[in-house]
Design a protein around this ligand. Structure first.
Ligand code: HEM
Length: 226
């Protein structure tokens, strides 16, 4: 900035950094996804019109597990000291996904597909490993979007798909032991605390990663209807 001329506060800035991340994320939703909170772009196929298949959904669960396995390993290793705060948040999903994948086998006799190195799960997992090492601000952006999105849009998708192809079976992926809202609040506090140690430039760099988070998660979601 220039002397006393202060810059305009960023949307959400006064409420803490998580609110800034949320604001950027909500604007990237398509209109069908979040019409009330900034979603402007039309979707190619609105999610209400998705035609899921059991095979596709099982692939989505298996590809997603590659991502959660990696996220949960990264915070368990905590090579960067900030990551240790995010151990045992209650939001972990890898174990739940393992249960759901086994359930598809016993219920429908469907085996999970073999994951390809260039599939959406492993591709995202590699990006997360690289960012966790080289770019903690970008990594935290993905961490936030993945876990928080899953409790919002993720659960809407889960309910809708279950009604269409799983006879309303509630998968473990969408169930938390305890109140996930409390877990989100605690994680929000830790994310805000970590971001308190960042410069404005580092915060902006984190926010700029949001688009990439949507694009990689979009790759996972597309498997549902493939
Ligand atoms: C929040 C829908 C995909 C990130 C929300 C909310 C809705 C929604 C309705 C607001 C929930 C609330 O505050 O009550 C959807 C739908 C999606 C989708 C239908 C796909 C079909 C995504 C993707 C990402 C994402 C791909 C990022 C990778 C977020 C985040 C929030 C959110 C970070 C804020 C959650 C919070 O404040 O706790 N989504 N979304 N969403 N979404 Fe999505």
């Amino acid at each position: 900035g220039h002397g006393v001329v202060s810059e305009k506060p960023k949307p959400g800035e006064k409420k803490g950094f998580v609110e800034e991340m949320r604001f950027v994320a909500m604007r990237l939703h398509t209109k069908d996804q979040a019409p009330k909170e900034g979603g402007q772009k039309p979707a190619e196929v609105p999610f209400q019109k998705w035609q899921p298949t059991r095979e596709g959904y099982l692939r989505f669960l298996a590809e997603s597990k590659a991502v959660y396995d990696t996220l949960e390993q990264i915070v368990a290793d905590a090579d960067h000291p900030d990551y240790a705060r995010f151990q045992n948040t209650g939001l972990e999903r890898a174990a739940a996904l393992a249960k759901d994948i086994a359930w598809f086998q016993s219920e429908f006799g469907l085996s999970p597909p073999e994951l390809q190195e260039d599939g959406p799960g492993r591709t995202y997992a590699r990006l997360l490993q690289q960012l966790a090492k080289d770019d903690p601000q970008a990594f935290i952006c993905h961490f936030y979007n993945i876990y928080f999105a899953h409790t919002a849009g993720g659960r809407m998708i889960g309910t809708k798909v279950a009604s269409m192809i799983l006879d309303n079976k509630q998968l473990a992926f969408y169930q938390y032991e305890g109140d996930f809202r409390q877990y989100l609040e605690a994680v929000k506090g830790d994310l805000n605390a970590v971001a308190d140690g960042w410069t404005r430039e580092q915060k902006d760099h984190c926010l700029q990663e949001t688009e990439k988070s949507f694009s990689y998660s979009g790759g996972l979601l597309r498997t549902i209807t493939a």
